[in-house]
Design a protein around this ligand. Structure first.
Ligand code: PGA
Length: 250
């Protein structure tokens, strides 16, 4: 099975020249490792078209999508538009979007809009903090179950679930997650899917890991963490680090 590597550029870079440079690196990596790695790059909206010109082998994704389909939504971007520019994947429910108001219900609506257009949702779930009693599992379960409300079995193969513990994301991360913590959550997410659907269906979605993934720890999340891929923020914006990282898992 191909390992899925998603580069989430967040609100960077600022210049077109940098977009071209890192997109070119990503495309070269995608070509070199196409047998066992699938690379998806998610630039900010204004750079989607520019990046998509470079990304002939790597795929293009977006960082969000509107939950609506009618036009009265100033500032939002629809799934239909993303389909037009060739986006194959879209990140939804990222903790940075949840932090500014995206609710579980909105994430569910976004997921439906994407499935309707045959675009793969990368559904992010993850707890803000951990506690010794395991209460954090409940919030992750609620995020997953609300997003998947009413979603039929056959759609599960088109969905990617990204486990992203909020405490391990970005420059404010408290610490890196361990491969064991990742593996436990992957099993737990599959169990939720099994209880909701069945054993076979629970194995359909890829479950990837994100949060402070770098060139040193990437491999452990795949080999010991049971992740089918990685969602990478900062390290995907640095060509050298991204190259080392992809090589380490390929
Ligand atoms: P990070 O971000 O790799 O910079 O921690 C990951 C993410 O937010 O998707």
């Amino acid at each position: 099975m191909s390992i899925l590597v998603v580069g989430n550029w967040k609100m960077a870079p600022e210049k077109s020249i940098e977009v071209q440079k890192i997109a070119k690196t990503a495309n070269t990596l995608a070509r070199t490792h196409k047998k066992n790695v699938t690379i998806v790059i998610c630039p900010p909206f204004p750079f989607l078209s520019l990046a998509s010109k470079q990304l002939t082998i790597a795929k293009i994704g977006a960082q969000s999508v509107s939950q609506y389909t009618d036009i009265e939504h100033t500032g939002l971007v629809s799934a239909a538009m993303l389909k037009q520019i060739g986006a194959t994947h879209v990140i939804i429910g990222h903790s940075e979007a949840r932090a500014v108001g995206t609710t579980n219900e909105a994430v569910h609506e976004q997921l439906l809009c994407l499935l309707e257009k045959n675009i793969t949702p990368i559904l992010c779930v993850g707890e803000d903090m951990r506690d010794s009693q395991g209460w954090y599992l409940g919030s992750v379960k609620e995020q997953l179950e609300t997003a998947l409300a009413g979603v039929v079995k056959s759609a599960l193969k088109k969905i990617v679930i990204a486990y992203e513990p909020v405490w391990s994301i970005g420059n404010d991360a408290q610490r890196e997650a361990s491969a064991e913590e990742c593996a436990e959550m992957v099993l737990y997410l599959r169990k939720i899917l099994r209880d909701r659907y069945d054993e076979k269906t629970s194995r359909l979605p890829k479950i990837i890991y994100g949060g402070s993934v770098n060139e040193k720890n990437a491999k452990s999340f795949i080999s010991d963490g049971k992740a089918d891929g990685l969602l990478i923020g900062r390290a995907s914006l640095d060509s050298k680090r991204f190259t080392k990282l992809v090589r380490s898992i390929a």
